[in-house]
Structures are given as structure tokens and as C-alpha cells.
Design a protein around this ligand. Structure first.
Ligand code: NAP
Length: 339
């Protein structure tokens, strides 16, 4: 039986604007104990910090909203402390929605509740490039975007966890890749480290004008992580039969009003374009093929990834805010315990 305190962040209120620490409540409880067969007591090590968590706080999406008073939902990697499930032993590493807390008690007989980390899989990559971000980039670009070698690809939030991988896959597929990111430092990283053809700093440059300069034949695939005015600028530059991959709406998550009315929507019709949303969970059955390709590209040095590790469970709300202020440099993780 484990002694000690389980520190937790619980959802206190639904967001109507930007994410704020006051939306959460700090609680401390005894560490839970195993009560029946098939259970695991897990010690969280790293929490994945994801924009979708704001959606989970606000309303039902592709998952039900987190209930007020519940531990804030979060993907995590944890160490098995105790197990009454024959498939797991003390010391194993596992991934699942274990929440903003030190310890989680999980019923491992529920399908999908816990996945054991394959031996040798680095924890940070299992939550980023070899995890949901890499998988999102892979299926978004290749399946939804139906990328063809040699095309012109534009990616927004391009220096982030998902965007940076999407752009590098396009580069590997011999495409011209233009990244849109906030600030000179991120734009320089895209060109020097990630091998993008060009980068646009949306905070200091006219995105629409720059897209016209950089994509004289139009954009074949626009991988959209932000929505709003940047999406509208990309629509204005869409190539004939161009595809817009709707991955996320960073510009809209904290907005209280719709962030943009599309002025260039008609261009989708004129260019016989296609705009399609997706959720990476649609591709669960094919995750294996993506992990194989992503792993090979990482091993060959063809994909450079950045991980931004903040520390301390008490900093979970602050870590989430970093995604919306653009402070994160690549995948935002929160380390809550040593391995
Ligand atoms: P990330 O890109 O690592 O971090 C978010 C980035 O968004 C920030 O670094 C910031 O970069 C940018 N940003 C923040 N506010 C912005 C604004 N108002 N306008 C433009 N850019 C803004 O995060 P991520 O986890 O990889 O997620 C990226 C996107 O993918 C999100 O929209 C997320 O919801 C989506 N996603 C979708 C799926 C799916 O299944 N469809 C799965 C995973 C992620 P700058 O400094 O460059 O502004």
C-alpha cells in the first residue's frame, strides 16, 4: 500500500476566454490504493500539454467535456507503482489519460485506458513526434491532404509540435514548404533546423502578400493549425484543386467572438478546392504504419523535433497558457516526477 499525498488540479469553471489559473482548483488527497483485479496505480512522470485541453474544459467535443470538479484531463506517461493486472508489472511505463495529478488509479481492463510504452521508446517522443502530434501531422498531410511529391505546402503554427513535423514530412516528400510562425526566432529555426523553404512571421509580416510572393503558382496543400485570418489568407492563394487540411484553430480557442469572416471562401469554388477537417483518433487502426515511418525519419535525422519541458505539477495551468501565448518551443511537456 502506498502512503502519501496525491496532488491534483481540478476543473473549477469553464473558460469563456483565455485559459487562466483561476479556472482550476488545487486539491490534495491520500494516494489511492488498488481495490480489485485489473487495476493499476500509476505515478505520472510527464504530462502532455495540448491545445485540445482548452476544448475539453469548455464543452463536449470528440470527447465529453471534463466535468466541473473532476481532475483535469491530460495525456500522460506514468510508471506502474502497483498492479493487479497480469499484463502490467511494477516499473512498466504506460501512457493514457491519467490527468493533472501525481497518481492515477486506472482500470486497465477498459479498452484503450492504458497503453504500455514499447521498450526503448523515449518518453518525450512518445508524447510528441512518435505520439499524437506526429500522427496528426502524418495522417493530416498524407491522407487528408493527399500530398503529391513536388507540390507547394504551407503550414501554420509551423514551429509547433504538430506543424513542425507536418512541414518536415512535406520536405521529405520533396515539396516546397512554407511555414507560418510567430517571431523571427521561430522562423529562423524553421529554415535552419527544419529545412523549410521559407518562413513567414505572421506577427510582423503581411501574410497574404508574402504567400503570394512565395507561392506564385498557388498553395497545393495548406495544413491549417490556426484558422482565422491566416486561413483566409491561405484561401486567397489556393492553387487549382488545392486542399486545405483543417487540423486546429489556435486563433479561435480563446476568442469570445468569431475570429474571422472568410473573405476568400469563394476561391475554394473557383479553384475547385477541398477543405476537410479530421481528428487523429480517426486513424487509430493505422497508427502503426505512421510510427514506423516517423521512427525511420527520426533515426535518419530527417526530422528534427524540439521538446519544451516545464517542471512541477503546480505549473500545469501556466504550461497550458504557454501554447496560447506562443512561448512554447516545440512540444510542450510538463515533467512532474523523475523516472
Ligand atoms: P503547438 O503548435 O506546439 O503550440 C501551439 C502554437 O500555436 C503556439 O506555439 C503558437 O505558435 C501558435 N498560436 C497560439 N496562438 C495563436 C494565434 N492566435 N494565432 C496563430 N498561432 C497561434 O501545439 P500542437 O499541440 O502542435 O497543436 C497545434 C494545432 O494542432 C492545434 O490547433 C491543435 O488543436 C491541433 N491538433 C489537432 C489534432 C487533430 O486531431 N485534429 C491533434 C493534435 C493537435 P506561434 O508562436 O507561431 O504563434
Amino acid at each position: 500500500m502506498t502512503q502519501g499525498v496525491n496532488r491534483q488540479w481540478r476543473l473549477a469553471a469553464r473558460p469563456t476566454g483565455p485559459v487562466d489559473e483561476r479556472l482550476f482548483r488545487w486539491t490534495e488527497e491520500p494516494v489511492p490504493t488498488l481495490t480489485t483485479g485489473g487495476q493499476l496505480l500509476l505515478r505520472n512522470l510527464y504530462l502532455s500539454v495540448d491545445p485540445t485541453q482548452r476544448g475539453w474544459m469548455a464543452q463536449d467535443t470528440y470527447l465529453p467535456a471534463v466535468r466541473i470538479g473532476d481532475v483535469m484531463r491530460s495525456l500522460a506517461v506514468a510508471r506502474v507503482e502497483a498492479s493487479t493486472h497480469p499484463g502490467f508489472a511494477r516499473g512498466d511505463l504506460a501512457q493514457g489519460l491519467f490527468g493533472w495529478q501525481d497518481y492515477a488509479l486506472v482500470d486497465a481492463t477498459v479498452p484503450g485506458a492504458v497503453t504500455k510504452l514499447p521498450p526503448g521508446m523515449p518518453i518525450t517522443r512518445s508524447l510528441s513526434t512518435l505520439g499524437l502530434n506526429g500522427l496528426t501531422a502524418y495522417f493530416g498531410l498524407l491522407d487528408v491532404g493527399r500530398l503529391v511529391e513536388g507540390e507547394t505546402v504551407v503550414v501554420s503554427a509551423a514551429a509547433g509540435a504538430t506543424g513542425s513535423v507536418a512541414g518536415q514530412i512535406a520536405r521529405i516528400k520533396r515539396c516546397r514548404v512554407i511555414g507560418i510562425a510567430g517571431g523571427a526566432e521561430k522562423c529562423a529555426w524553421l529554415i535552419r533546423e527544419a529545412g523549410f523553404t521559407a518562413a513567414i512571421d505572421y506577427k510582423s509580416q503581411d501574410v497574404r502578400a508574402r504567400l503570394r510572393e512565395l507561392c506564385p503558382k498557388g498553395i497545393d496543400v495548406y495544413f491549417d493549425n490556426v484558422g482565422g485570418q491566416i486561413l483566409d489568407a491561405a484561401l486567397a492563394t489556393l492553387a487549382f484543386r488545392g486542399r486545405v487540411v483543417l487540423c486546429g484553430t489556435m486563433a479561435g480557442y480563446g476568442a469570445t467572438e468569431p475570429s474571422c469572416m472568410f473573405k476568400n471562401y469563394t476561391n475554394l469554388i473557383l479553384q475547385r478546392g477541398r477543405m476537410e477537417g479530421f481528428v487523429v483518433l480517426d486513424y487509430v487502426a493505422r497508427f502503426g504504419e505512421a510510427v514506423k515511418d516517423l521512427g525511420a525519419w527520426l533515426a535518419a535525422g530527417q526530422i528534427k523535433d524540439q521538446v519544451d519541458i516545464q517542471e512541477g505539477l503546480e505549473n500545469a495551468p501556466k504550461a497550458l497558457r504557454r501554447l496560447f501565448s506562443g512561448e512554447n518551443r516545440g512540444k510542450q511537456l510538463l515533467k512532474v516526477a523523475d523516472r
